[in-house]
Design a protein. Structure first.
Length: 272
């Protein structure tokens, strides 16, 4: 649905829906462009739908709202690719919003490898991610937040994430990076301006030995990395991503509640 935010700016959402049809094929049921992103189908292997989120206009600028809604049906498998990053430019006293709503049905899986989200000096962004994962579903999400372009201190961002698994809170996070003076204190970010994470929701991935791994309140885990520059974080996230996308970690199409629930709680390691 197309609408406007309180400032009058267009907020037409980008819609992506993947389903498993009656013949067992993975198909894109909906790919609708929004105000900022257009979903484009990519060459896909038989076991998934691959979609690129392509930018269609510059942003974010003051007053902008980027709205993204992703749906994965029962037994469907969707991979989202971001060919380029997103920059929130100097808002000159204004603010912008980035919102994503994700719904994953039984046995569905979303693999979302996000590109860098850069908060330039002068920007002020509210970022909201809401995820609902059903029994046997899984979301694997790689996220990279960069405070400032080269030589900049970076703008203000508040990133709120709320994920639920089978109706129960799995991850609730309020990352308040609005005040540069506070976020640069020891014990917060210090000198770091690059924040990257790989998060598994609905499945507890193998390999508990990573020093930055945090177990979630239910089936899931997160690895978060900090640095002053982007390349070391990207390399570290890539290694975690490769490990956690092991074939054995994929949910299977629903075949009864007992079977679904048994694969939603853990993920065996790859055979050596």
């Amino acid at each position: 649905m197309t609408g406007t935010d309180p400032t009058g700016e267009e907020t037409r959402p980008t819609l992506v829906e993947a389903v498993r049809d009656g013949a067992g094929r993975q198909v894109a049921a909906e790919l609708s462009p929004g105000a900022f992103l257009a979903p484009r189908p990519l060459f896909s292997p038989p076991d998934r739908v691959r979609v690129a989120l392509v930018s269609t206009r510059a942003g974010l600028l003051a007053g902008d709202t980027l709205d993204l809604r992703i749906t994965v049906g029962p037994g469907a498998r969707l991979e989202l690719v971001e060919p380029s990053g997103l920059v929130a430019y100097d808002h000159r006293g204004g603010a912008s919003r980035w919102r994503a709503r994700v719904e994953i049905a039984e046995g569905g899986e979303l693999l979302w490898s996000g590109a860098p989200f850069v908060i330039a000096s002068g920007a002020r962004v509210e970022r909201l991610t809401e995820v609902e994962v059903a029994a046997g579903g899984r979301m694997l999400w790689r996220d990279l937040l960069v405070l400032g372009r080269s030589g900049e201190r970076g703008g203000a961002v508040r990133a709120l994430t709320r994920a639920r698994h089978e109706g129960t809170e799995l991850l609730v996070e309020d990352l308040d990076l609005l005040d540069p003076e506070q976020r640069e204190l020891p014990g917060v970010l210090g000198p770091h301006r690059v924040i990257g994470s790989v998060t598994s929701l609905g499945v507890r991935p193998p390999g508990a030995g990573h020093p930055s791994r945090m177990e979630l309140a239910g089936p899931g885990a997160q690895v978060r990395l900090l640095d002053r520059v982007t390349p070391p974080v990207e390399a570290g996230l890539a290694a975690v991503w490769e490990s956690w996308t092991a074939t054995e970690c994929r949910p299977q199409p629903p075949s009864g509640s007992a079977a679904v629930r048994s694969i939603s709680t853990s993920c065996p390691a790859k055979p050596s």
